[in-house]
Design a protein around this ligand. Structure first.
Ligand code: AHR
Length: 495
């Protein structure tokens, strides 16, 4: 393969769609995600519904956010839902032991979260407490949320102002149960899961999609044990968490200042998601060859050091073009494994880790990562199209990674979308695509790029990195030829 050319073949059909739930998000009671992100001071001079910030809501509606995971994360296994209902002034205050030791006043609870999901037009994904909660507590939360008849929990819900049940379906049974969620062994957790899941009832018209707390990155034994010990009918999905950490967990590296060598290592670690998904899915295939159970990557993204001068427990980091390339690449990986990966959530939506949105008092900015979700929304629920790619290498010293990655889909109106990422920060790459049986006449496109992979959007320059029209693709005979600038994400539309 020549150094700056790639070849691509796209098949005209497949047997499944790319679930829009792959494009989900995560909001934890952590730092400034919920408080001062979604849920703001009543005195803040922005448009609000109750205390929910509406410019944030509007931005997420624009990218068709399909689901939102809440209340954690590690926070979920210390969260007692009954502290977060009823009159706000009577709700108990607690310490957020996981994240900065700050006071949690419980002003954002079940009703507020479901109001937020209604405003966003997305499905709630509730992550329930197994680590320090009881079976009864979880069972009652499901009853409070989902039961329409006469019962103690539905009576309290009505008393708190919500007559009809919300009918929440996505239900996480614990989070990181191998770590902050209880430090359990996989065999012990699998038994606990069976017990908790038994009493998390399917009420009429509200069947649950129960999600098992899954493995930490390369812990294949966790997935194996879960698949062996939990009956298939008791789970809708099994989760997986994987973060791209540029350096080490002790010193993760800066979000904005890094060398090309560090950039290369980061992208190599990002691409490890592909082999992780393949290996966990292969274990699942042994026990579930019909792929009834989804692999749910409900925490992913880049995790760097916090911005200098900010609370280390708040995980506030800037977001560069590098982050956008990570998002584009990871979403391509999920699309290409969408037979098994049917749900995923980026960590986290506002002001935490690989955020889509950053806020500073009244100001708000959309990060480069946000723009990737905007570009890729064309893949939501579209038919997956298999791709074969021959990519040139991007080399650093003796190491190599594929410079280009891609995924493709066919939407319900017959339009094909191809999302291409060029990870090489200095070389443009020409991609020639053969689409033998795909019918198309015209091509148009959009691009996200910038001069340097360290470039960011700031509150002073919020639109430095933004989506632009892409004019670098054309039809040459039967071939589609596109020239990808260095460090760019391009989405093509073929009609
Ligand atoms: O997203 C931040 C934290 O990372 C979550 O609370 C936890 O589940 C994971 O370790």
């Amino acid at each position: 393969q020549a150094q700056n050319t790639a070849s691509l073949v796209i098949q005209p059909k497949s047997d499944h769609t790319i679930s829009r739930h792959i494009y989900g998000h995560f909001s934890e009671h952590l730092g400034r995600c919920i408080y001062d992100g979604f849920w703001v001071d009543p005195a803040l001079n922005v448009q609000k519904k109750d205390r929910i910030r509406l410019d944030v809501v509007d931005a997420l509606k624009k990218i068709h956010i399909p689901n939102l995971r809440w209340p954690g994360g590690c926070f979920a296994d210390e969260y007692h839902w009954r502290d977060g209902i009823g009159p706000r002034e009577q709700r108990p205050k607690m310490v957020n032991t996981n994240w900065g030791g700050v006071i949690e006043d419980n002003s954002f609870g079940t009703h507020e979260f479901l109001e937020l999901c209604e405003l966003l037009g997305c499905e709630p994904y509730v992550s329930a407490n197994v680590g320090s909660g009881t079976v009864e507590e979880m069972a009652k939360w499901v009853e409070y949320l989902n039961f329409d008849g006469i019962s103690p929990m539905s009576a309290i819900r009505k008393q708190n102002g919500h007559e009809a049940p919300w009918k929440v379906s996505f239900w996480g049974v614990g989070n990181e149960s191998w770590g902050c969620g209880g430090n359990m062994t996989p065999a012990f957790y699998a038994d606990q899961y069976r017990r908790y899941a038994t009493y998390a009832r399917n009420y009429p018209g509200a069947p649950l999609k129960k999600i098992v707390s899954g493995a930490n990155d390369f812990d294949f034994n966790w997935t194996e044990t879960i698949m062996k010990q939990v009956p298939l009918h008791q789970m809708w999905g099994v989760s997986l968490h994987y973060y791209t950490v540029p350096l080490t967990w002790g010193n993760k590296g800066s979000a904005t200042s890094f060398s090309e060598q560090e950039y290369f290592t980061t992208m190599k670690k990002c691409l490890a998601m592909d082999s992780l998904v393949i290996k966990h899915a292969a274990i699942m295939d042994k026990y579930d060859p019909k792929k009834r159970v989804a692999l749910v990557v409900d925490e992913w993204g880049i995790w760097t050091n916090v911005e200098p001068g900010t609370n280390p427990g708040f995980l506030y980091q800037q977001n560069s073009l590098r982050d956008a390339l990570i998002a584009g690449t990871t979403l391509n990986i999920f699309n290409n494994h969408s037979d098994r990966v049917r749900m995923a959530e980026l960590a986290q939506t506002v002001n935490v880790l690989q955020a889509l949105i950053l806020t500073d008092k009244e100001k708000m900015l959309l990060t480069p990562t946000y723009h990737i979700f905007d570009l890729y929304k064309v893949h939501h629920d579209a038919q997956y199209l298999p791709v074969q790619l021959n990519s040139p290498a991007y080399t650093s010293g003796k190491e190599q990674i594929p410079a280009v990655n891609v995924s493709a889909s066919l939407d319900s109106t017959g339009v094909v979308h191809i999302s291409l990422v060029n990870l090489n920060p200095t070389q443009k790459i020409t991609v020639s695509t053969s689409l033998q049986e795909v019918k198309w006449k015209t091509v148009s496109g959009q691009i996200l790029t910038s001069g340097k992979v360290t470039d960011v959007n700031t509150f002073d320059q919020p639109n430095k990195i933004h989506i632009e029209k892409f004019n670098g693709a054309k039809k040459q005979g039967d071939q589609l030829v596109a020239e990808l600038p260095p460090a760019s994400v391009v989405v093509l539309e073929l009609k």
